[in-house]
Ligand binder design. Structure first.
Ligand code: SF4
Length: 122
């Protein structure tokens, strides 16, 4: 959603999940489906087109389980952060995860990805 200089996007880099919660609306969806490079590129292009109108960009990483697609999260984050920094636009990000893959090694990378809010769904 873009308004008054603010763009908030919820991005699902995969619909796959390593859990199988009975209540989950994702459970019948295809597993191991990852966002294609084309879709990733189009999202970056969309932000690029909007950036001159923006004061801040906020991304929420969602799924499925987004940490199954951590390479996509990292790759897209770096591109969006670069765009924001070059245009003096504030950037912030959060992730909604089941926490299973939230290892020390993963969390240590969050600072560089400016991922400052983690919601763990139990
Ligand atoms: S962890 Fe979340 S996405 Fe995965 S099956 Fe459970 S509710 Fe669905």
């Amino acid at each position: 959603m873009a308004s008054a200089g603010y763009l908030g996007l919820t991005i699902a880099p995969t619909l796959g999940c390593n859990f199988a919660c009975v209540y989950c609306y994702e459970k019948d969806s295809q597993k191991n489906v990852f966002m294609s490079e084309e879709v990733q590129r189009k999202i970056i292009e969309y932000i690029k087109r909007q950036i001159k109108y923006l004061q801040s960009v906020n991304i929420t990483w969602y799924g499925g389980e987004p940490l199954l697609a951590f390479d996509i999260v990292k790759n897209m984050s770096k591109k969006i952060i670069k765009l924001c920094d070059e245009n003096e636009v504030m950037y912030g990000a959060s992730i909604i995860t089941n926490g299973y893959n939230l290892t020390r090694e993963v969390v240590e990378q969050f600072k560089n990805l400016r991922l400052s809010f983690i919601q763990i769904t139990l």
